[in-house]
Design a protein around this ligand. Structure first.
Ligand SMILES: Nc1nc2c(ncn2[C@@H]2O[C@H](COP(=O)(O)OP(=O)(O)O)[C@@H](O)[C@H]2O)c(=O)[nH]1
Ligand SMILES: [Mg+2]
Length: 239
């Protein structure tokens, strides 16, 4: 099943910084509102593992999900909620990979919010799922502030983006439980400095699990799949 949800434009996705005091107040109450819905999402997900996958556009989030849902199908039934500014292309890709998917079309909003996820989940058959992955809107800034009701945050970096991205965008990396370096199949071609990237991740997110893989070739997928399986089993045993 593939469903597309069009979300109304939310003014708070484009905060006007012209009146700082008022902006802070409005933003704070929006976050409190969001956190309440995120808590309700968390309760509704129950024993299912929920991941919030974040990265720049084009890092390979959907490619990783296509391969992950296929590889895990025999053990963990994964549903995917995916956010983009426009099109349902990604939900269609996930659906073709064999998993239920719901597309949230955000219009001008550069991140997903708990309320959007709550509405999207209405279109997922949670009963038939062991885990849900929320593929956030491609952006290294906006999504970091919004709790969606996930258990774990996963931040992805691809080898073409520059090894210092964790240092430049620390918040989205520092809150990550896992950091994925994707596209290792082209690391040599683009002159990726692996040691520098690992050093940057280590400085910002020292406790995060780090996975180096290629969603295209499948190299390095096994440790990532093991991690998801283990976290799903742990959540089921102790929600
Ligand atoms: N070489 C290579 N290309 C990849 C890999 N993963 C994704 N891509 C390509 O990167 C582009 C963006 O991938 P996509 O999954 O749409 O990224 P998203 O915007 O983060 O969801 C596509 O052309 C993918 O085929 C990878 O591991 N290696
Ligand atoms: Mg995508």
């Amino acid at each position: 099943m593939t469903t597309t949800r069009q979300v109304d434009l939310h003014a708070h996705g484009r905060v006007d910084g012209s009146d700082d005091v008022r902006t802070v107040t409005v933003q704070k109450s929006l976050m409190v509102h969001n956190d309440g819905i995120a808590a309700a999402n968390r309760a509704r997900f129950g024993t299912r593992l929920v991941l919030n996958l974040e990265s720049s556009p084009g890092s390979g989030k959907t490619a990783l999900m296509e391969r992950t849902v296929r590889d895990l199908a025999a053990h963990v039934r994964v549903g995917v909620v995916v956010g983009d500014l426009a099109t349902d292309n990604d939900a269609v890709r996930i659906h073709k990979a064999g998993a239920p998917s719901v597309q949230i079309v955000t219009g001008a909003v550069c991140h997903l919010e708990a309320e959007m996820v709550a509405r999207a989940v209405d279109d997922l058959d949670l009963e038939g799922l062991d885990a849900v992955v929320i593929e956030n809107v491609g952006n290294l800034v906006c999504p970091a502030a919004w709790d969606l009701g996930e258990d774990l945050r996963v931040t992805m970096l691809s080898v073409t983006e520059g090894e210092d991205k964790p240092l430049k965008y620390p918040r989205i990396f520092k809150d990550a439980h896992a950091v994925i370096i994707n596209k290792i199949d082209i690391a040599n071609v683009v002159g990726f400095d692996r040691a520098r990237a690992l050093d940057a991740i280590g400085k910002v997110a020292p406790a995060a699990e780090v996975f180096e893989l290629s969603a295209r070739t499948g190299e390095g997928m096994e440790p990532w799949l093991d991690w998801v399986r283990a976290r799903q089993a742990a959540k089921l045993a102790a929600p």
